[in-house]
Design a protein around this ligand. Structure first.
Ligand code: C2E
Ligand code: CA
Ligand code: CA
Length: 673
């Protein structure tokens, strides 16, 4: 603090209040000391036989002044003026001090022949001591000290100087110096006092603002914590809270030797509900789901919304294992009855994945991964309900991860390629086409089934790259077949139904066929009925493919529920009847009736009918009898590499076929070696 501020602070209320407090603090003692000293002075004078009426009068005046001072303090205190009017209080106090100082100063005048360094030396000591004591005591407010001390000092100095004699003159002069020193020190002490008060004020203000800031921060922290811990939409626990709680519960369970059950739910087809009804209705539905969960799980177990349509329940404590399973079952049961929200009613279904600590995982992260794997499996199987984690799921997940990780390398390299399975005319056994089927022999996992490859490609956003690779292999084969004079053989490629929604299939086909110089009519595109059922994405693209000249076939026909009118509108070339209706057709009257109906349908719509999965001569003969013309199956050939196919075609009759008897049916089966 600068001196300037210290000086400026002289009339600050806070400083004056401190000065008042400093004076009042020792006021009673000071008055008492004065009373004692005054009485002592009178007694001394009496002892010296000098107590005349003037001294008595002086003593009486002193007592009155002391009384007035005490009364004035009492008034200031009781009117609250000490705090509210510090300047007035200081004035009243220093005037009182001046009065008492004047009383003391009058003593040498009252005593006839005052001899300060002789007979009345004791009075000089008492008066000097009182004056000096006041200066030392009243350090906060100079006028207070000076108003009392100066009259006493001056009275003593004047008495000494005019008493006569060198000794008295010397003591008087010395006293003058002492007065000067006292005034100087008193002013210095006052400045120090004021600056210390200002420093204290600043320190208090700083401490106050720090306290305020601290409590603000604490309040904000509490608010943020509450916000982070609650899911604002459903008011269930948030994901953040869920993670903390799961880790804490597991740590506790580890010590107590208990179990922790984690169940994760998600809503079947929530995305579709959200898309059709709008996000605000979707949110209202999630809130209602949260309410129903809370009404079913009411034993204090934590219910959280992990995000989107994913909810979780953590069950801990006694019998957590059985309670967790019971909760999961109760939740699925509760959702069988319809939900009412925003004047709507709908039944929604949940999928659930359940995992148990310590049976399935050793820590929170792993337990969550286990419950996730179980949930994923429940969803994958499209079987509404609950799936409990088992180690097989982890192995599958690990396998899936490896497949996804290595897929791109395989597509770009030689490990993955198309193999080709011939399609033959049932009468002449002449090859009319081949179907390209993806094959991948993984270095550690071995043969990967095509549906797994297709799913992995979709999951990693590589569907286009995969199909483009198979189409490229198909084009290479077309070029080879052309060179060998087999321009009548078409090559079919499979297209996953969902690919239409992922990328422009027609543009990809155009790019690849163009690059290989292959005419579109040499390729056939096989789409399952599922694609046809999703006209939103497939309609225009299928029409575009037909117009571009590609042949179109519906794969696995009979498994879906295509609208016939829609099929006619699409100008298809072929229907491939699913293996399920073909196998053992020679023995199944139902399948025979079905094939007959489908052949009739094909004829009336001018569509080729291809039967796939023909494995026995008996079935082939039966299919031919029923009017089928084109067939595919292990009876004729399995899928093979392009090189093997060319050899097989050159061989005309195909590679040697070994006859063997089926152990189960005893019927004749023929297969490639
Ligand atoms: P799909 O299109 O119905 O293909 C026919 C499947 O039946 C092939 O299985 C083939 O090997 C098998 N098959 C052929 N003849 C017989 C038989 O006589 N008996 C038996 N039991 N099976 C026979 P694969 O190659 O395992 O393919 C399975 C499915 O994977 C295919 O069914 C197709 O939907 C899909 N797929 C295969 N390659 C591709 C591809 O390149 N792209 C896409 N999107 N899907 C493909
Ligand atoms: Ca197919
Ligand atoms: Ca098929």
């Amino acid at each position: 603090m600068s001196i300037q501020e210290g000086r400026d602070g002289r009339f600050l209320p806070i400083v004056m209040q401190a000065q008042v407090a400093d004076i009042v603090g020792g006021f009673r003692t000071a008055l008492l000391l004065n009373l004692v000293s005054l009485t002592a002075a009178v007694l001394i004078l009496r002892g010296q036989g000098e107590a005349d009426p003037a001294v008595a009068l002086w003593y009486a005046a002193a007592l009155i002044v002391i009384g007035v001072r005490a009364l004035s303090l009492w008034l200031l205190k009781h009117r609250g003026l000490l705090q509210s009017a510090p300047l007035l209080s200081l004035r009243v106090l220093w005037i009182g001090g001046f009065g008492l100082g004047m009383v003391w100063a009058a003593l040498p005048v009252v005593i006839p022949h005052f001899d300060a360094i002789g007979a009345h030396a004791s009075l000089l000591i008492i008066m000097g001591g009182m004056a000096a004591g006041s200066v030392i005591r009243q350090i906060g407010y100079t006028p207070m000290a000076m108003s009392y001390s100066l009259p006493i000092f001056i009275s003593l100095m004047v008495s000494l100087l005019f008493q006569g004699g060198l000794d008295a003159a010397l003591v008087g002069t010395l006293l003058g110096f002492i007065i000067g020193v006292f005034i100087h020190r008193s002013l210095w002490a006052e400045r120090l006092f004021i600056s210390s008060q200002l420093a204290r004020r600043d320190a208090t203000a700083l401490a106050d603002s720090l306290t305020r800031a601290n409590s603000d921060i604490l309040r904000q922290n509490r608010r943020l914590e509450a916000l982070a811990n609650r899911d604002p939409l459903t008011d269930l626990a948030s994901r953040v809270h869920f993670h903390g709680r799961l880790a804490g519960d597991i740590a506790r369970a580890a010590v107590l030797g208990e179990q922790v059950v984690l169940v994760i739910f998600d809503v079947v087809r929530f995305q579709a509900i959200n898309d059709t009804l709008g996000h605000s209705n979707g949110d209202a539905l999630l809130r209602e789901i949260g309410r129903r969960l809370s009404s079913v799980v009411d034993d204090g177990s934590l219910i959280a919304r992990l995000g989107g349509d994913e909810f979780a329940i953590i069950v801990t404590g006694k019998n957590a294992g059985s309670r967790g399973h019971a909760h999961a079952d109760a939740v699925l049961e509760a959702f069988r009855s319809p939900l009412t929200w925003r004047q709507r009613q709908s039944t929604i279904a949940l999928n659930g994945g359940l995992a148990v600590y310590p049976c399935h995982a050793e820590n929170a992260e792993d337990l969550l991964a286990c419950a996730d794997m179980a949930l994923y499996d429940a969803k994958r199987q499209e079987r509404r309900g609950l799936r409990e984690f088992d180690p097989e799921l982890r192995r599958n997940a690990e396998r899936g991860r490896m497949i996804e990780q290595d897929l791109l390398k395989a597509i770009e390299g030689d490990m993955l390629c198309a193999w080709f399975q011939p399609q033959v005319d049932l009468g002449s056994r002449r090859v009319t086409g081949v179907e390209a089927l993806v094959r991948w022999h993984h270095p550690t996992l071995g043969f990967i089934p095509p549906p797994e490859i297709v799913n992995a490609a979709r999951a990693t956003d590589q569907s286009e790259a995969l199909t483009a690779r198979i189409v490229a292999d198909a084009c290479l084969l077309v070029r080879k077949l052309d060179a060998l004079g087999h321009s009548d053989i078409t090559v079919a490629v499979n297209l996953s139904p969902r690919e239409f929604a992922l990328y422009p299939v027609d543009a990809m086909l155009e790019r690849v066929t163009h690059a290989h110089g292959v005419e579109p009519h040499r390729l056939e595109i096989e789409i399952t009925e599922e694609a046809i059922l999703d006209p939103a994405h497939a309609d225009t693209q299928l029409t575009a493919l037909g117009q571009a000249g590609y042949r179109l076939a519906v794969d696995d026909f009979g498994m879906g529920h295509s609208s016939l009118a829609y099929l006619i509108g699409l100008k298809l070339d072929r229907l491939k009847i699913d293996r399920q209706f073909v196998q053992d057709v020679s023995l199944s009257e139902t399948n025979q009736k079905l094939i007959t109906a489908l052949v009739g349908l094909g004829r009336s719509l001018s569509l080729d009918i291809v039967v796939e999965g023909v494995e026995t001569e008996e079935d082939a003969a039966e299919l031919k009898r029923l009017g089928c013309t084109t067939a595919q199956g292990f009876l004729f050939a399995r899928a093979m590499t392009a090189v093997a196919l060319v050899e097989w075609l050159a061989d005309n009759a195909g590679p040697a076929r070994v006859e063997r008897r089926s152990k189960t049916t005893g019927r004749t089966r023929l297969s490639l070696v």
